[in-house]
Design a protein around this ligand. Structure first.
Ligand code: FCB
Length: 391
């Protein structure tokens, strides 16, 4: 039977990484945190993606897989190792990396802030107190230098995860626990910072700019009124608040999980579906469709900026990709303007507090030797891209 192509020809089929998780040899608040035992491993050399030769080889692998887009990060602490001091050589190297992608016909999406901060910034206070002028100066210099090489800009990656992990659970730097007031204030400050960054990027590049947010599907165990009320409230606080307080040309959707309310309480992960990743995260593709349908009200283009599975044995990944592509295709059919999908991640990489124990890559990395091996599921993704359909 002939396959029906439903994806527009300019649809972005990509993968995503972040600077600290792949570059190696970064020096920031996370490397300090790792040294102090906050993570299972030191990030160290990571995937050595900062090495241009290695980077070039990884771009060759993207070509083998038929990918036409790449979402990567710029590391603030590299660009601005001291307050106010811009390392132009570093920006030039980022430009070279982006040019390698452009020459390979790969569209570029760049994230300006993905969890990590220079140590001097956090020592002078933290996001709740410090002046944000140096951050804006970094954004200004970066976007001026890279204006011609970046198709889409992301301001912050998952700012509310940074707040949750850094100020409520304390599992990530700065390691503060239950700081409800700081956390509340910080949400607002980060939304304002996004709006300021949006203006700077627009002024310097004229390109589309969007926030990347972690969207959770809030669902109910029985459909009871109380469950629906709580799920709806959670949706407003955790999904919608930040979108409604920020200016965006598109929405960056990171999707990993759902939360199901059983009466007043969310069900523990162990009582959700049977298919779980190495992280213990349930696989629930239909929840991606629900999240996307909920975003239709904003009438903005959507890029799925992250979606992936920790699966060292590569047993789940092929179906995971097939089913999530199917899930966003359903949303597209219902009128949601999805314009791209970035699988997390191109490579196995440094997974924050979990160190190197969680493997999300389409490409397996041996962190001792830096050898790469394309996993079988990556070819399934390639075939989906080639066919333009997964039916
Ligand atoms: C997201 C992060 C990304 C990666 C994935 C697994 O929350 O943005 O850096 O760690 O989770």
């Amino acid at each position: 039977m002939e396959k029906r192509v439903v994806f527009p020809p300019n649809f972005l089929w990509g993968t995503a990484t972040s600077a600290h998780q792949v570059e190696g040899d970064t020096l920031n608040d996370w490397t300090e945190w790792e040294k102090n035992g906050g993570s299972k491993h030191l990030s160290g050399k990571a995937c050595n993606h900062w090495n241009l030769k290695r980077f070039q080889e990884d771009v060759e692998r993207m070509k083998v897989l038929g990918l036409n887009a790449y979402r990567m990060g710029v590391e603030w602490s590299r660009v601005m190792p001291k307050p106010g001091v811009i390392e132009q050589g570093v920006l030039n190297q980022y430009r070279q990396m982006l040019m390698i992608l452009q020459q390979a016909g790969i569209s570029t999406m760049v994230t300006l802030h993905h969890f990590t901060n220079p140590t001097w910034f956090v020592k002078s206070g933290d996001w709740t107190k410090t002046s944000l002028e140096p951050f804006y100066a970094y954004v200004d210099a970066t976007t001026k230098t890279l204006a011609d090489n970046v198709n889409y800009w992301n301001t912050f990656n998952e700012p509310l995860i940074m707040v949750r992990m850094g100020y409520r659970t304390g599992q990530w730097p700065p390691g503060k626990k239950a700081r409800i007031i700081s956390a509340f204030y910080l949400r607002k400050r980060l939304a304002e910072a996004h709006n300021e960054v949006y203006k700077i990027v627009k002024r310097n590049t004229g390109r589309p700019v969007g926030l990347v947010h972690n969207f959770t599907s809030y669902e109910t165990a029985h459909g009871w009124l109380i469950e629906r009320a709580i799920a709806g409230l959670q949706d407003r606080i955790a999904n919608r608040w930040i979108i409604e307080h920020t200016k965006n040309d598109f929405l960056g959707v990171n999707f990993y999980c759902r939360q199901v309310f059983n009466g007043f309480r969310p069900l523990p992960a162990s009582r959700l579906g049977k298919r779980v990743s190495d992280f213990g995260w349930e696989i629930s593709p239909q929840s991606l469709t629900m999240v996307l349908l909920g975003l239709r009200r904003y009438n903005l283009p959507i890029y799925i900026t992250e979606n992936g599975v920790a699966d060292a044995k590569d047993k789940l990944r092929a179906d995971f990709i097939r089913e999530h592509v199917q899930a966003f295709r359903l949303a597209m059919r219902a009128g949601v303007d999805v314009r791209g999908y970035f699988y997390w991640s191109l490579l196995d990489n440094f997974e924050w507090a979990e160190g190197y124990t969680k493997r999300f890559g389409l490409i397996e990395v041996n962190f001792e030797t830096q050898e790469r091996r394309i996993r079988p599921s990556a070819y399934v993704y390639r075939d989906i891209i080639e066919a333009g359909t997964n039916s």
